[in-house]
Design a protein around this ligand. Structure first.
Ligand code: ADP
Ligand code: NI
Length: 220
């Protein structure tokens, strides 16, 4: 059973994210929320803060709101105040929303609260595996990026270093970000959840490049 606060947060987030790009829509939030709740099991952690942080973490992603980094914080604060949430809890939830993002990782404090670790791991787990691949190509299409371009990004023969330097294709996003995530997870449980998803993405990229170059059919 969900508390009335969690239920009204779910309604609020669904409403706000209706029509969002499908890699950052309510279903992404729901997967992150469910994974975060799984990660909380057996841990001493404030599950209310984790639940609210997971549900609100993508409420106003700056990349869909003209780069505005503060909108998510003000929207979330206003919502939580309207639900009579106490100030200390609001601050903890806003801290999660502010620091969860991969691209803000350099500004993050050294010592992270466990609640942030849980939400961050859950968000990162949803960037991996089959869903991670689907989200990435969906977002690449949304931005109008080429899937792959052998002039910009690697052929099978290219080294990882060369790959990293090339920019702008969706396939390149795997090297810019997705393959790095498994080593950035905080909890042992998240790491074991990530292993299969990571291996699947590696295999996917290998197969993609092999099919691109007809390597897989040449020998038939
Ligand atoms: P975070 O919320 O951690 O800052 P993003 O919102 O940038 O992360 O990324 C979430 C997901 O969006 C990624 O896992 C990926 O699937 C997709 N994505 C982000 N940037 C790109 C990109 N440049 N090309 C393709 N997909 C992307
Ligand atoms: Ni997210």
């Amino acid at each position: 059973m969900q508390s009335p606060l969690i239920e009204s947060t779910i309604r609020f987030v669904k409403e706000r994210l209706s029509g969002a790009e499908s890699g950052h829509d309510y279903f992404h939030v729901e997967r992150v929320y469910k994974t975060a709740m799984l990660l909380c099991e057996g841990m001493e952690v404030d599950t209310k803060v984790v639940a609210l942080g997971a549900l609100l973490h993508d409420i106003a992603d700056p990349k869909f709101h003209g780069g505005d980094e503060n909108l998510a914080l003000s929207v979330s604060r206003d919502f939580l105040l309207s639900q009579n949430v106490d100030e200390a809890t609001i601050e903890e939830v806003l801290f999660i929303i502010k620091h969860v993002s991969f691209k803000n990782r350099e500004q993050a404090p050294k010592e992270l609260p466990l609640e942030l670790m849980v939400v961050q791991d859950a968000d990162r787990l949803d960037a991996l595996g089959a869903i991670g691949i689907a989200r990435t190509f969906n977002f690449g299409g949304y931005k109008g990026s080429p899937m792959h371009d052998p002039k910009l990004a690697p052929r099978l023969s290219m080294s990882k270093e060369e790959y990293k330097k090339s920019e702008g294709t969706t396939l390149n996003h795997f090297h810019e970000k997705l393959f790095l995530l498994k080593d950035m997870l905080h909890l042992e449980r998240s790491k074991s959840m990530a292993a299969g998803r990571h291996a699947f993405m590696e295999e996917f990229v290998q197969r993609f490049l092999s099919e691109w170059e007809q390597k897989d059919v040449e020998s038939q």
